[in-house]
Structures are given as structure tokens and as C-alpha cells.
Design a protein around this ligand. Structure first.
Ligand code: GN1
Ligand code: MG
Length: 380
């Protein structure tokens, strides 16, 4: 989204914001955050002398074809988490899960005059996000935050959640889309991405391992967040505690391994996903160990053996699917991800491939670390 588009959206937000069940005097709203998909804004209100903020998002309906189903999933998941936090007497609960503010008419969204879908959340104050983990201690906190999130949702009553984006982490489907895109080559970009295309072709069989396991029942279907890159996890200001896992659009059925995989992809490295100096894109086994340790401290009690055995593979899988998605979007003409420069998606793809190559170079040590952690948690 460029600045002009952002300004238009801000104007649209101002036309709908009062339709949400908010009170007080609206002061102002401005863009917020760094997500690739939705437009996010924060508003400021004066509620009898107290300044109060709210978070608003215009849902990207090219990506989420059924925003009502997305909101239904989010409402079910967040109210279940809140109920469990209440039952166990957890203090400061309103900061520990996203909470939807409905519209005055009771719906979970408001439509603007162009048909756009808007939603509002309570703004969680006093939190920080990190683009990179600053220490193994932080990696451990991130791992346990995601493990805890999964544990809280393990007993969500039916029916099955909606698939907000069908086949989202399905590598077989992503490869089919990639094959078609590469053949069509509408932007004539395939010739300049030979090496990346070759990587995808060489890695296909291994890359499909997780989804095939899920499809044939080797891995159980559970509720999965599907977007646990580290900047979707809110820390307290001192960075000593994970407060809340946010960005719940893609919460849907899947394998929980997708979530630990996305954490591994974003936490066990010192480089951002679009770093172009590939010499610094390294897989850090110390952070990996701390992260998986934190994750298993919460998740070991419900994971099957088949699941815990594939934790490292999940890190490789999600990094691979991201490389594939970035490359496909580059070949398609950058229609999905927000990009900040020409070749941004190709840079992201190269970065993720570099991370996979470094994982592969250290694969024996990675598996040794995982084996030891699994043994330790099996004995507890
Ligand atoms: C997108 O919206 P954001 O930035 O949280 C994407 C994720 C990717 C991520 C890569 C719905 O997430 O799958 O992992 O970018 N979300 C969707 O940074 O496609
Ligand atoms: Mg997202």
C-alpha cells in the first residue's frame, strides 16, 4: 500500500469508526504496524478525560475472501482464551488476548462506503514487539508463548473452524500454483530467477513431507495460528514475558508444527527476512535450542511423538514455503505481498533459501539438539 492509498483508507476509517461500539470523543487516527497484508491504524479517544486507544484494520478481502468467517474464527478463539484465563484467575487478562470490539449493530465488522470490511480491537498497551530476537532468553519466551497459545486452544469446542485461506500452508498446492505461474511467466521474470526456480525443483519432494503426513493422518489436525512470525508476539516492555499472540486472521485447522516452524524461521536467525546481505543470513542453533526448549515446556504435554520428531523439519518447511510464496509472487508481478522496492520479493526468496541452506549445513547438530530436548521433556 502506498502513502496515497493509506491516506484514502484513513479517510474511510474516519467515516466508519463511530459505527463501532466505542464511546467518548474521537481525536485522531494514524497508520500503525508493519504487516504485509491488512491496513492497520490506531485511533485515539478522549473518554471523560482519559486517553484511550483502539486498533482498527481494514481486512484485505483479496486475501481473505470471507471476512465474516475470519471474524467468526477470531471471536470464537479469543473468547475461549478469555474464558480459560478467567477460570484460572490469570491477572491482567485483558492484555493477554486480542479482544474484538463489535459494531453498534452487534456485527463483528463495519462495511465502509466502498464495500471494505473494518474491524476494531482493544489496543493492548504497554507491550513491545521485536523484529529479531535479542537473546536466547527471548527466544525461549517466544517458544513458550506459542506453546501456551496452542495449549489454551487444544480444547476449543466444535464445530471445526473455517479455513480462512484454503490450502494456506499446503506445499503441494503452493507448488501447483508456482508451476502454473512459472509457465505463464506474465512479467518475463523467470529467466532472471533461474537459480531460485532450480532450488524449488530440487527441493520439492522433501518440501512436501509435512503436508503429506497431515493428509494421511500421521499428524493430528489441531488449531493452528499460521502466522507466528516473531513480530506477532507481544512482549511486556521489559522483554521478560510473552503477553499475547496477535494477528489471528489465519487461525484455522492445520498442524501445530506450522506455528513452531514459523517461529524457528524468524527467531533462529540474526537477519530480517528481506536482508540482502546473504552472508549474515545464518541459522543460529543456540536460539533454536532455546526456542524449542521454551516451546516444549508448554507443548510437550499434548504433542504426539510424530509431532515432536518433526519440529526441526517444520522450521525448514515454513522457510521453504515462504521462499516459494515470495518467488511465486515475484513471478506473478508482486500482487500479494506489500513490496517496498523492485525485486523485494525476489530478495526475500533468496534470503529464505540462504537460511534453508545454512540449516541443511548444520542439520546433524540441529537434530541432535532436538533429540536431547525431546528426551528431557519425555522424562518430565
Ligand atoms: C504475511 O500480514 P503478515 O505480515 O503478518 C503472511 C504470512 C507470512 C508473512 C511473511 C495472510 O503476514 O503468511 O509468513 O507475511 N500472511 C498472509 O512476513 O499471507
Ligand atoms: Mg498476518
Amino acid at each position: 500500500m502506498n502513502t496515497g492509498e493509506q491516506r484514502n483508507r484513513l479517510e474511510l476509517l474516519k467515516t466508519v469508526v463511530r459505527k463501532f461500539d466505542l464511546y467518548g470523543e474521537f481525536i485522531d487516527a494514524k497508520p500503525f504496524g508493519s504487516g504485509h497484508i491488512n491496513g492497520t491504524f490506531v485511533s485515539l479517544w478522549n473518554q471523560a478525560g482519559t486517553p484511550v486507544r483502539y486498533l482498527h484494520q481494514r481486512i484485505n478481502e483479496k486475501v481473505f475472501l470471507h471476512p465474516d468467517e475470519v471474524m467468526d474464527n477470531i471471536q470464537r478463539v479469543t473468547s475461549h482464551i478469555m474464558k480459560k484465563l478467567e477460570l484460572s484467575g490469570v491477572p491482567d487478562r485483558s492484555r493477554r488476548t486480542s479482544q474484538v470490539v463489535p459494531a453498534k449493530n452487534g456485527e463483528l465488522w463495519v462495511r465502509d462506503e466502498t464495500g471494505g470490511w473494518w474491524r476494531t480491537y482493544l489496543f493492548i498497551e504497554g507491550v513491545k514487539t521485536c523484529e529479531l530476537a535479542g537473546s536466547p532468553g527471548q527466544a525461549r519466551i517466544l517458544g513458550s508463548a506459542v506453546g501456551k497459545f496452542q495449549k489454551l486452544l487444544a480444547d476449543l469446542p466444535g464445530p471445526r473452524l473455517h479455513e480462512s485461506i484454503p490450502h494456506f500452508h499446503d506445499m503441494v498446492f503452493r507448488y501447483l500454483h508456482f508451476d502454473e505461474t512459472r509457465k505463464r511467466d506474465v512479467c518475463k521474470r523467470a529467466a532472471g530467477s533461474d537459480a531460485e526456480i532450480a532450488f524449488m525443483n530440487e527441493n520439492r519432494t522433501r518440501g512436501e513431507m509435512l503436508i503429506r503426513n497431515l493428509m494421511d493422518g500421521g499428524l493430528p489436525e489441531r488449531i493452528c495460528h499460521n502466522d507466528t512470525k516473531m513480530n506477532n508476539i507481544l512482549f511486556n516492555e521489559e522483554l521478560t514475558e510473552g503477553i499475547c499472540v496477535t494477528d489471528l486472521d489465519t487461525v484455522m485447522p492445520g498442524t501445530v508444527l506450522y506455528d513452531v516452524g514459523d517461529l524457528i524461521r524468524t527467531v533462529a536467525t540474526r537477519a530480517a527476512e528481506d536482508e540482502t546481505d546473504l552472508s549474515v543470513v545464518r541459522f543460529d542453533t543456540e536460539y533454536f535450542e532455546a526456542l524449542v526448549d521454551g516451546y516444549l515446556s508448554e507443548a510437550a504435554c499434548f504433542l504426539t511423538d510424530a509431532e515432536s520428531a518433526l519440529i526441526a523439519e517444520a522450521g525448514r518447511y515454513i522457510t521453504h514455503i515462504m521462499a516459494l510464496r515470495f518467488l511465486t509472487d515475484y513471478l506473478e508481478g508482486d500482487i500479494y505481498y506489500k513490496t517496498g522496492r523492485a525485486e523485494h520479493n525476489l530478495d526475500r526468496c533468496r534470503n529464505q533459501i540462504a537460511l534453508i541452506r545454512d540449516m541443511d549445513n548444520q542439520w546433524d547438530s540441529i537434530m541432535e539438539i532436538l533429540r536431547n530436548l525431546r528426551l528431557r521433556y519425555a522424562q518430565i
